[in-house]
Design a protein around this ligand. Structure first.
Ligand SMILES: C[S@@+](CC[C@H](N)C(=O)[O-])C[C@H]1O[C@@H](n2cnc3c(N)ncnc32)[C@H](O)[C@@H]1O
Length: 265
């Protein structure tokens, strides 16, 4: 569903002191943006309306959290949800910040000094299987290579999705980018772990009868990391181009058969 432009969003976010107004300027200094500078930092990529982040962060004052989304239209809802949930619990909002950023350019705002222990990716856009589209997936090998810069050794990524293709492909992306998948399920709610917090999209897909697929992946230390990742990305690109060519050939054949059948009539 396309959301309308919200003219009040930017001014309200700019009046919030836990909204990062100029994220690029915090590059290399994210820990210093929090009251507890030594606390572990966790990120949520594509935090949407923020219900997950609000409940998670307010239950874990021992960690600092950063919620990132590309658009103020949803970030404003995250801001209000965080405010409401912290107020209900009688807590000050001092361990969470939100910001708008295109995650495909995450390293414009973070570097290796901004070490994070954990990244959450919940119900990101699945994109389709064409090469030009797949590379925008937030779990794509190319993206995972970027996250490695800021993830601590043995840092983890918690990933949930409704989408079968994205999940299956992600089972390849993670090992390719030097992550070990330490846990996975194709039906998260069958035996729901006590740590799970259902997101807005998770609730919506569950109501439609779509199962939540989930995994936890741990960053593995790899030698010659730059070379390893360049090689992994090149191989992934080749796989996607071959798949794209096969999809196109099948589509061309289908159209040619349709045309021939029409001509015979
Ligand atoms: C399908 S919603 C899921 C929201 C939430 N995580 C949930 O589970 O309910 C995907 C979110 O990711 C954000 N998003 C998509 N691409 C992004 C990107 N490249 N950078 C930052 N946020 C992005 C969208 O704006 C949207 O809020």
């Amino acid at each position: 569903m396309r959301m309308r432009f919200k003219p009040y969003a930017r001014p309200e976010l700019l009046a919030t002191d836990w909204h990062a107004h100029t994220p690029l300027e915090n590059k290399g200094h994210w820990h210093q943006q929090f009251v507890r500078v030594d606390a572990p930092m966790h990120l949520e990529l594509g935090c949407g309306k923020g219900g997950f982040l609000a409940r998670l962060a307010s239950s874990h004052p021992e960690n600092n959290y950063l919620g990132i989304d590309i658009t103020d239209k949803v970030l404003i809802l995250a801001k209000r949800n965080i405010e409401r949930i912290y107020a209900e619990k009688g807590l000050p909002v001092d361990n969470v910040q939100i910001m708008s950023l295109d995650i495909e350019r995450i390293l414009s705002a973070f570097d290796e000094n901004d070490t994070v222990q954990r990244i959450y990716i919940n119900f990101c856009n699945p994109w389709n299987r064409k090469h030009a589209h797949q590379k925008h997936r937030l779990t794509h090998t190319r993206q995972l290579a970027l996250y490695r810069t800021i993830l601590a050794d043995e840092g983890e990524i918690y990933f949930k999705t409704d989408d079968e293709n994205l999940f299956n492909d992600s089972l390849e992306y993670f090992p390719e980018a030097g992550f070990d998948i330490t846990w996975m399920t194709r039906d998260l709610h069958a035996e729901e772990p006590e740590w799970n917090i259902r997101t807005e999209h998770e609730a919506m897909f569950t109501e439609q009868g779509i199962k939540t697929k989930a995994l936890i992946a741990k960053k593995r230390t790899i030698e010659n990391e730059a070379e390893f990742l360049a090689d992994a990305i090149a191989k992934r690109t080749a796989i996607e181009k071959a798949e794209g060519a096969a999809i196109k050939a099948a589509e061309d054949a289908r159209l040619a058969a349709k045309k021939a059948a029409k001509a015979q009539k």
